[in-house]
Design a protein around this ligand. Structure first.
Ligand SMILES: *[C@@H]1O[C@H](CO)[C@@H](O)[C@H](O)[C@H]1NC(C)=O
Ligand SMILES: *[C@@H]1O[C@H](CO)[C@@H](O)[C@H](O)[C@H]1NC(C)=O
Ligand SMILES: *[C@@H]1O[C@H](CO)[C@@H](O)[C@H](O)[C@H]1NC(C)=O
Length: 415
């Protein structure tokens, strides 16, 4: 494995130097595995020693991606599947595709809560709440949109299919105030809503994903207290309880009052109505997901962004063991991301972990080895496996559609 990877990397960098196409290597002279046309190998050794390393005021990985000397921004986008480890080839398969399926001039409508509505093979997502270009937050809620996967699939061999996939806004009723996270839930969609101003409390709200798009509130308080601004949620496949995170981004973005609870992770049992605290000790608990067997939970802490950028705070994914009774133990640092924050987090059916970060989607093995990146070159807060190896990735003002060999994992109440 090591030797073949090292030679792949050598060949790949030689090909880059010669200006030839990396896919011209397929299959390698010693029978190495072919590199898909849209993929490139990143030789991490070549990044270890740089001619000069800038201080944090010049480069701090907060917003614009790091472009190492030997690469160009266009080159990284041109072959968006970046192989950091051989095992990423199994995730990609022989012919992964990557397409920009929609774009807006500046309104960040492709932000979060990417979720598959299986019965109609549609994907729903939401606009950025509290963003100046969206005009959302306090006076107006972030809106919900959807696309048809049939239309996305028809253009998967194009790189830019802007205009070919229709984006439809849907009116939730009563309106979900600033939805931010979503899961499939008993044939419907369950949203984590951040709330809007002091009177519209954050809540877990079920949306009927077909007309008239009516909604029902499942939970809107912790024994009488408002949550701060609910962010994301995940369903434990072993007990089907709903676990959700409550950071204070509503306050950071000036559309929610000062927090009335410490930031923590909650658990809701929709059979008994019991609400409990599953974990605390986070600055900004954000994305949450379970491994396919339900034995682990991954929770991100995006404390690096709270009141602006605080560079020495976490930008990390933590893993806990999940016991039979649904409680967590053994908190472990799983990964620290190199660019911006790990926002949405999801597993594939083999338990590999994917997070939406500042330059696309990063993928780790269950033991935390960075396997590769799906590089969008822009903040990609969330994404989702939407049936088989189809993946929809939000990129604020761009929406991406990728097809991989890896497939997502869905639990019973998500079907
Ligand atoms: C991060 O870097 C940018 C320039 O790339 C700079 O404007 C900003 O002040 C830096 N932030 C911090 C907290 O150092
Ligand atoms: C895709 O094409 C449209 C024009 O059809 C253009 O406005 C847009 O910038 C292109 N997007 C990308 C990401 O290349
Ligand atoms: C939508 O309305 C229908 C008809 O009243 C009702 O049966 C259903 O439970 C509602 N769904 C939601 C999510 O509110």
């Amino acid at each position: 494995m090591m030797a073949s990877m090292a030679s792949l990397r050598l060949l790949a960098s030689a090909a880059v130097l010669l200006g030839s196409k990396v896919d011209a290597l397929a299959p390698g002279p010693r029978g190495q595995r072919a590199i898909p046309a849209l993929a490139q190998v990143i030789d991490q050794k070549s990044l270890n020693v740089l001619p000069s390393v800038p201080p944090a005021v010049e480069f701090n990985a907060s917003s614009s991606p790091w472009i190492p000397q030997t690469f160009t921004s266009a080159g990284l986008v041109d072959k968006p599947f970046h192989i950091y480890d051989d095992a990423f080839l199994d995730i990609l398969g022989p012919n992964p595709t990557f397409t920009v399926i929609a774009q807006t001039p500046k309104d960040p409508i492709f932000h979060e809560a990417v979720v598959w509505y299986k019965p109609k093979d549609e994907v729903f997502f939401v606009q950025n709440a509290g963003n100046a270009d969206a005009g959302t937050g306090l006076d107006k809620s972030a809106a919900i949109f959807k696309i048809s996967l049939k239309e996305a699939d028809a253009v998967k061999d194009l790189r830019n299919a802007t205009g070919k996939v229709k984006v439809t806004q849907i009116p939730s009723n009563p309106e979900i105030p600033n939805p931010n996270g979503a899961v499939q839930y008993k044939g419907k969609i369950l949203y984590a809503a951040e709330g809007q101003g002091p009177s519209k409390a954050p809540a877990l709200i079920v949306l009927n994903p077909i007309e008239p798009y009516n909604t029902t509130v499942l939970l809107n308080n912790y024994y009488g207290r408002q949550f701060n601004s609910l962010n994301d949620l995940g369903i434990n496949p072993r007990n089907l309880d709903i676990y959700f995170t409550d950071p204070t981004y509503g306050e950071s973005n000036n559309f929610r009052p000062a927090p009335g609870l410490q930031t923590q992770v909650y658990r809701y049992n929709d059979k008994t109505g019991a609400v409990t605290v599953a974990a605390d000790g986070f600055i900004m608990p954000n994305g949450i997901t379970f491994s396919p067997d339900g034995k682990y939970v991954y929770i991100t802490d995006t404390g690096i962004w709270r009141h602006g950028l605080e560079l020495s705070n976490p930008s990390s994914i933590y893993r806990y063991s999940v016991l039979e009774d649904g409680t967590f133990e053994n908190r472990k640092t799983f990964a620290f991301v190199d660019i911006n924050i790990p926002d949405g987090v999801h597993c594939d059916s083999k338990g590999n972990v994917y997070a939406g970060v500042g330059d696309g989607v990063h993928v780790w093995s269950p033991s935390g080895t960075l396997l590769g990146k799906i590089y969008t070159g822009r903040t990609s807060a969330n994404f989702q496996f939407v049936g088989g190896g189809r993946v929809v990735i939000g990129g604020e003002t761009q929406l991406f559609y990728a097809t991989l060999a890896a497939t997502g994992s869905l639990v019973e109440s998500q079907l």
